[in-house]
Design a protein around this ligand. Structure first.
Ligand code: ATP
Ligand code: MG
Length: 250
């Protein structure tokens, strides 16, 4: 999660998921962003009319009914998002416990369909969809782009996460921060990276994701970067980050 747009949330979710699935883990990616970018990157259809996270949020479908295997790996599942999800916040105004809908649907799903990892890709906002993601999760990963303004908004995100922890999900922790779009040619990138590591020494992963054209090309082929070009520096960095996550445990 990060309410700042375009920092690499989706790229991170799908590539870490792909890296772990390649190692034989059972992985579920929940696309909770009406843009449906994670669904696109995993090659899963998400046009209106597809059973999706919207129907799950509205109580009209279970996660089991709506998940689809990624075209890349049979053990990588995706709950797609359609543009209908853009209306969910309004459609849920009268719902009972609107902030716990995903958490409840996910715990029902996991009883029958245990997974090694579940990634929830949240939209660039702190609205009801993101709150549902944070209530359903046990850990938050925050991707931070190595650009100016990178830390702006992170303070607000942290205070929001604290509030959700106190009111709705006591076990929630910000477990990891991932530096993305690092450009080794610029001093700005190394300054931002140093500042983030200094502010979050225990959370910042050692793996840093470089800026890479191959990473940005992959979604247009309905692929993760790892599938599109496994040997690319960006794909290798995501594989390192996945190993770090796995070694940290939960
Ligand atoms: P949003 O807030 O809109 O959901 P996001 O935080 O999910 O965005 P992404 O969609 O993952 O961010 O990335 C934003 C854009 O930057 C995309 O076009 C993506 O392909 C590109 N991108 C992400 N990571 C890299 C990278 N390491 N190198 C180059 N381009 C990247
Ligand atoms: Mg995204």
């Amino acid at each position: 999660s990060n309410q700042k747009g375009g920092v690499g949330k989706t790229t991170t979710a799908v590539n870490l998921a792909a890296a772990l699935a390649l190692k034989g883990m059972r992985v579920l990616v929940i696309d909770l962003d009406p843009q449906g970018n994670a669904s696109t990157a995993l090659g899963v259809p998400h046009q209106t009319g597809t059973l999706s996270s919207y129907e799950v949020m509205m109580g009209e479908a279970s996660i089991a009914e709506a998940v689809r295997p990624s075209t890349e790996h049979p053990n990588l599942l995706c709950l797609p998002a359609t543009i209908d999800l853009a209306g969910a916040e309004i459609d849920l105004v009268n719902a009972e416990n609107p902030r716990r809908i995903l958490a409840e649907a996910l715990s029902r799903y996991l009883i029958q369909n245990p997974q090694d990892y579940v990634f929830i890709d949240s939209p660039p906002s702190l609205g009801l969809l993101t709150v549902n993601a944070l209530v359903a999760a046990t850990e938050v990963m925050v991707p931070i782009q190595c650009e100016y303004y990178a830390l702006e908004g992170v303070t607000q995100l942290i205070s929001n996460i604290e509030r959700i922890k106190q009111a709705l999900n006591p076990s929630l922790v910000i477990s990891s921060i991932l530096l993305t779009m690092y450009d080794s040619r610029t001093k700005l990138s190394s300054d931002v990276a140093a500042e983030v590591k200094n502010s979050f020494p225990n959370q910042t992963l050692k793996a840093v994701i470089p800026r890479s054209v191959r990473i940005s090309e992959a979604p247009s082929f309905g692929q993760t970067a790892i599938k599109y070009d496994a040997k690319n520096a960006g794909s290798l960095a995501y594989q390192e980050a996945a190993i770090e996550l796995a070694q940290r445990g939960v």
